[in-house]
Write a protein that binds this ligand. Sequence first.
Ligand code: PMP
Ligand code: GLU
Length: 436
Amino acid sequence: MAGECTADKGRSFLPQLVTGGILPVMETTMTNAMNLSKRALGVPTSPTLAITARVKELKAAGEDIIGFGAGEPDFGTPQVICDAAVESLRAGQTRYAPTPGSPEAREAIAAKLRTENGIDCSASDIIINNGAKFTVYLALQAIVNPGDVVLLPTPAWVSYKPMIELAGGVVREIPAGPDSDFKMTAPQLEQALDGQVRAIILNSPSNPCGTMYTPDEVRALAKVLQSHPDVAIIADEIYERLVYTDEPYLSMASLPEMAEQTITINGLSKTFAMTGWRIGYACAPGHKGEVIKAMTRLQSQMTSSITSFLMTSIPAALQKATAEVQAMRETFASRAKLIHGLVSQWPGVTCPQPTGAFYIFPDISGCFGKTSAGGVKIKAAMDFASALLDEARVAVVPGEGFLGCGANHVRLSFACSEEDINRGCQRVREWLDQLT
Ligand code: PMP
Ligand code: GLU
């Protein structure tokens, strides 16, 4: 059955990151000596960021670790983008900026969305935020009331569930598995919709699955959602330019009948290799601008705006870095092929071909019940990832935090060099060969 998970469903993800091995110890705040809020106590650390940080620490300590954990490009930010920021800094643009972003940066984003994505919008429909993660958070804060149901097709990126819950929302999963290419179908969506549903998060191409909804699939989902106009669609399109199929990318909001129902989210982190810059944005046309105004009010009380001297780097990225972006995309496309070929040779592991983003999501449940050379009994993806890091010095993200059938999978990011892909996949293969 799609989405069926053979790992132990009752085990919670985070305590298992606290292993005897070298995976990070996650704070689960079991005690409450400082009278921390329920909100703070309830929120887990992001496992993807924790693993990325741990790999950096181990490498800095001289360990020969191969990291497939980080969802961040290994390229430098294109020079033309850096130059724009440096020029602004030198020119003294160091004061508070307008909360939703400078008019020029908002217009550059609107122009990109109009010409590249076919979304009918203008600068006033745009807000710029401190990273797309915060954009998703603000969108949920703007539209979700306590008790509202938010649909989450799973496996899904680790941060959506905590962010929905921080807004008081209730997560309703729509599980999909490898047999449907990790994509929910229109009938599944129809079945999940009722009067309690306030929003759905759609992430295509998907983190962690590396798959993309085709234009026909987007249209089929749109047809269902169109008859539920009160359900907002949060379309996280952050990997929209990193696509490796012949199918074109179709943005939900480019369908005229869906434009006002959709909050399109994107950012510069992935496409432009700008993860540390923290630039994300949302586009929400219609409703007399109320969605963007609400997000702007919230942001005015939280972070004010993004760093002011980074505003000019937004038009620079969107208009002047085309050649660099194309070169990075081509490199990711060839890495996608390379890693898929290598992972497919792992004994007992199955894996669909990635068609977007920079993730591959193999099913490792064939290893459950086996014991590693270091004596670890592998009962779940967490055991697999932990033993792999301890014994073979290869970091992958265990799938439990991605929900749904994720517990049968591990995520590998191929935002790393071909040399690392070759060496890392070879190490995993040798480690797998020794399982008994
Ligand atoms: N959405 C998805 C699906 C992601 O994988 C990420 C990765 N961090 C983000 C949003 C947020 O990106 P950022 O905050 O770096 O812009
Ligand atoms: N989104 C990236 C990942 O999944 C970066 C880390 C994070 O923000 O979760 O690895």
